[in-house]
Design a protein around this ligand. Sequence first.
Ligand code: ADP
Ligand code: TRP
Length: 332
Amino acid sequence: MREITVSGVRPTGKQHLGNYLGAVVNFVKMQDEYNGFFFIADLHSLTTHPKAADLQANVRQTLIEYLACGLDPDKCTLFAQSDLPQISELYLVFNMLAYLGELEKVPTFKDKVRDQPNNVNAGLLTYPVLMAVDILIHHAVKVPVGKDQMQHIEMTRNFGNRFNHIYGVAYFKEPFGFTYNDNPLSVPSLDGAGKMSKSKGENTVIYLADEPEVIRKKVMRAVSDSGPTEPNQAKPEMIQNLFDLMGLVSKADTLKHFGEQYNGCTIRYGDMKKQLAEDMVNYLAPIREKIKELSSDQNYLNKVLREGGEKARISAGKTVSEVREIIGLKSH
Ligand code: ADP
Ligand code: TRP
């Protein structure tokens, strides 16, 4: 029996190169080794109240991009969270096991209170409860997520253990965060500092769906300085970022060539960016084309979600009836 893995993504729009290399490639690898449940967390996104039209379009776009990146519905279970009513039922049960004090302390909750002070709804507070249910309902043991989600995984273990303790069972297993790499890859931003993130603005991220012209424009505008003044000078962060991006999408020879030019103080960043833009365009071409192809195949997209939902409901339904049995809730 393969180990079970679960991961969700909030449908917040288009995926960028950072999401792809930092997260989705791991799911693609995992689908060959695990029994993978990969889903679109549309219920979670209600905590920030998106418009209905945006929500539907974003769910669809996220699915398209997951498929374009190589997630294969024949190898894993791909579904929308809201297609599993069992999630909502188990969420209710787990809300009785979660304490106000522990939920209020969660850093992601505090961030949201700061971000949306006029909409501090109870769903924001219990976001980690819903996430725990996503994971426990399929008895996952590995959860591929970024560092910022590790506290949620720890809370998932706490909630599962608390359930086991209160009802005197050894029912839920402990899930753990998972990466293939001890040093998770961080894709740099085009604004010269830190990692690529959509919160830094449209022009600092390369989306998987960006057209070649858009990629060229964004890369040419990437922040750089006036160039090295001494041979073999250390690279400032904004320049290191350009080299790191090149390391991800260009040939080793190309990287070496510009590295030597930098060390010899002959580098022209305009040339380097031109090359980086072309390599980025080519690197993303297969994904970009697949996105276009899938965008016009509504029937296929519906079929993937329908069949994924059916598979996931079987797994979730079994858990919910076992939980009802353990708790002593009877069907009348
Ligand atoms: P954003 O910062 O653009 O809002 P998210 O927080 O939605 O991105 O990230 C979704 C997933 O993609 C997470 O697992 C996160 O660790 C990964 N990820 C996001 N940006 C990067 C990046 N620049 N480098 C590596 N991984 C990233
Ligand atoms: N909270 C996760 C994020 O913001 C998304 C998510 C929801 C998730 N449910 C999950 C991730 C279950 C892993 C497992 O990225």
